[in-house]
Design a protein around this ligand. Sequence first.
Ligand code: TYD
Length: 208
Amino acid sequence: MNGKPRFIVFEGLDGSGKSTQVSLLSERLTQMNAPHTVTREPTSANPVGRLAREAINGAFPLENETLALLFAADRYQHVAEEVLPALNRGEHVLCDRYYFSNFAYQGGSADFDALYAYNRQVMKKRRPDLVLFIDVPPEECVRRIMRRDGKPRSGIYENLETLRGVRRRYLETFEKLRQSENIVVLEAGGLTERETAELVYDRVRQYI
Ligand code: TYD
């Protein structure tokens, strides 16, 4: 344990189990008495994040570009209001989604350079120390969403074709940002939550 507060980001498709992994890592850090904060994007504490969430749940139509800017705006507020203060208090921050989601989900129509520009100020403020991509095949994600909810969800991103595109764009984004980011792809297809949690902890332990 080296004690330096770390900013650890989890990314993955809807249904990949990343939120469960955030919780399991949080439990483990609690057992280790490691002070930490758990947070997520889109946020729920401020109206910008709530608006983004409502839009992706189909409450009202928005241009993809508007949506991309909304997520980026929510992120700037989030990093200023929650992430940096927690790190400054000496806590590790576990964050469920960050700007990689913007590239993967809005990158279907907004182009990479535009998305990069929208997130530039956030990148200047704080890049993650570690990004963990919980890589589960889209088919398995859809099966899990069905099992969890009993029906396909109404979220605009939660069907097989869309998730395939999202996964492809995640991997393209990681390739493009490789020089400046510390990204680890964890192959979690077919694994249990506990098995995946072990893979996660194996990567995290050297940072905390
Ligand atoms: P998710 O983590 O799946 O939350 P929940 O379990 O509450 O649905 O995230 C919500 C959705 O937000 C997800 O479909 C991806 C989307 N999203 C974007 O499209 N762009 C972004 O920049 C972010 C942060 C999320």
